[in-house]
Ligand binder design. Structure first.
Ligand code: NAP
Length: 539
């Protein structure tokens, strides 16, 4: 319960409060400290790691290559850390986050098991008052959110949810002690990345597994493998150049890609290239041609290639057709698997198509689809997140005139550069909606935002400025620019969490910036070089 503001005194007066001790909050804290600011990070969990702290479901790992999904700011750090696999498993990423926290002595500035419930801007002092669930009240010049884009679990409100006598789990809120499914009858709802990673492992343990699929997803093989020392050494020897190469790519990753259209080559060559990228594995499959997310004709060639792969892997033709997505490949986020489709060849695993008849309610013993009851012991909801805005809007953030962020974003998020919001001065949103975030290497994105924010704070300190706020014109133009380029991409043409379509009643706005990492980098730099163009700075 939140203690009423009026009954509290300030427990601390700081330059900055940072919300969240994931990769964003940790690096932000380090930069603030290095630049001489008093700051504290507040974190709901009892340790660092953010998404990798909460998501502990079987098979959870990062489907971005570990040599790239890691901090780039310290060469010592990237030289000394040894990733064990091409794609790091969740426990190893969490161990890495803990290592970073210890190595840079970050824990002394992080307050764990403390949730930020409210932040209120005071126009008289140009400071934020931040209130925690533990009853603390902190005053800070800057309020910086590092809450992640996929951190608010979406647990569907199935009718009679409480009637179910078994266990209900959400992949994004997995019990720390793990779950043993041995001998159990399990239902998994959802076939996005989390479902696709966990289903093969849950199938290995369970007595029976029913997978409830509303929409089939495009999945390419991850081709995970141990990293050998020579491979690691080769990347480390060339890390700076490879990171720079990554930053020059729209995704922020360095990987092989082709700069021509799928329609520029004949059928045989197209097939050969798809096979090559399929064999190499991973999300870079979409880099095989440069127009897969622009041209519907090109996209369809890739989509049909993947459908044919599914038809070959899955033995039962009816199941194979249900698993073969009909829509645009890459519109929903592409998934990478290890043995996902093969799992449906196991006799105790069944796919239940709920595209036409949804889960109507839960019962004491399971769940109902139409007139059929599926009796299970455990239900795993791999049902995703209230993405991009969920974690921000869960806090009661009040800007100028007491206006809430919820009110301001009633029709969808509005920001300038995904960093600043008109009416919310001295607030910065690391990987906020309107920035590349989920479309780019998330770790490079948090480094980029934190560097920009601390650079801005230094400028404010040097110039004795007390307040920075995005202008309405800059915000409007950025929102319009986002809409225009979003509309030009095939990624906006289906129901996805990018658009908010997965959450009933959520405004349908394409939230991440799709213009690419390098263009976005230029936009950030342009703003700075033109005296923080798009922001109003004052004393
Ligand atoms: P997701 O992609 O949003 O998938 C959720 C699944 O649950 C979808 O299949 C969805 O169906 C289904 N669903 C949602 N509500 C439902 C309902 N009421 N009834 C039946 N089905 C329902 O969520 P996610 O798999 O957790 O992944 C979210 C994102 O997290 C990913 O796209 C990725 O960016 C990130 N992630 C990354 C990794 C990694 O390796 N880096 C791993 C896991 C997750 P519809 O498609 O019909 O909505």
């Amino acid at each position: 319960m939140t203690v009423p503001a009026a009954t509290q005194t300030f427990d601390a007066s700081l330059d900055a409060v940072v919300v969240g001790a994931g990769f964003g909050g940790m690096y932000m804290m380090l930069k603030l400290r290095e630049n001489g600011y008093s700051a504290r990070v507040y974190e709901t969990g009892d340790d660092v790691g953010g998404t990798w702290y909460w998501n502990r479901y079987p098979g959870c790992r990062c489907d971005v290559e570990s040599m790239q999904y890691s901090y780039s700011f310290s060469d010592e750090l990237q030289q000394e850390w040894n990733w064990s696999e091409r794609y790091a498993p969740q426990p190893e990423i969490l161990a890495y986050a803990r290592h970073v926290a210890d190595r840079f002595d970050l824990r002394r500035d992080i307050e764990f098991e403390t949730r930020i419930d409210r932040a209120t801007f005071d126009e008289a002092t140009n400071r934020w008052t931040i209130e925690t669930n533990t009853g603390k009240r902190i005053s800070a010049r800057y309020f910086i959110t590092a809450v992640g884009c996929l951190s608010t679990a979406n647990l569907p409100d199935f009718p009679d949810r409480d009637a179910f006598k078994g266990n209900i789990y959400h992949t994004g809120q997995w019990p720390h002690e793990g779950v043993d499914f041995t001998g159990r009858r399990v239902a998994v709802i959802g076939t996005g990345s989390s479902g696709i990673q966990s289903i093969p492992l849950i199938a290995k343990q369970s007595k029976s597994l029913h997978v409830f699929q509303r929409t089939a997803n495009f999945v390419v093989p991850a081709r995970n493998r141990p990293l050998d020392p020579e491979e690691r050494a080769a990347v480390k020897a060339d890390y700076a150049a490879l990171r720079a190469k990554g930053r020059s790519r729209p995704t922020g990753f360095f990987f092989e890609h082709n700069n021509f259209s799928a329609l520029d080559v004949d059928d045989a060559e197209r097939e050969r290239l798809y096979e090559k990228f399929w064999d190499n594995g991973g999300l870079t499959f979409l880099g095989v041609f440069n127009d897969l997310l622009i041209s519907p004709e090109s996209n369809e060639t890739a989509a049909e290639f993947v459908r044919n792969k599914i038809r070959k892997i899955v033995k039962d033709p009816e199941t194979a057709e249900l698993l073969a997505p009909r829509d645009i490949i890459g519109c929903k986020r592409l998934c990478a698997d290890t043995g996902y489709f093969e799992t449906f060849n196991l006799p105790h695993v069944k796919l239940v198509d709920i595209s036409k008849s949804p889960i109507s309610r839960l019962t004491e013993n399971g769940l109902m689809v139409g007139e059929t009851e599926y009796q299970v012991d455990d239900i795993v909801c791999a049902t995703g997140f209230d993405a991009m805005t969920g974690a921000l809007l869960k806090m009661d953030i009040r800007g100028v005139g007491g206006r809430t962020l919820n009110d301001k974003w009633e029709h969808g998020p509005r920001s300038y550069l995904g960093l600043g919001v008109k009416g919310f001065p001295n607030m910065f949103t690391i990987t906020g909606p309107g920035s590349p975030s989920v479309f780019a290497n998330m770790i490079l994105c948090v480094e980029q935002h934190s560097d920009w924010i601390v650079g801005c704070m230094n400028h404010m300190r040097d110039e004795k400025l007390k307040r920075i706020e995005a202008t309405l014109d800059a915000e409007d133009a950025w929102v319009e620019h986002n809409r225009e380029i979003g509309d030009g991409s095939l990624r906006s043409q289906c129901k996805s969490w990018y658009l908010g379509s997965n959450i009933p009643g959520k405004p349908k706005v394409f939230s991440p910036y799709i213009g690419g990492f390098p263009i976005y980098t230029d936009k950030l730099a342009e703003s700075v070089s033109h005296d923080y163009r798009g922001f109003e700075l004052s004393r």
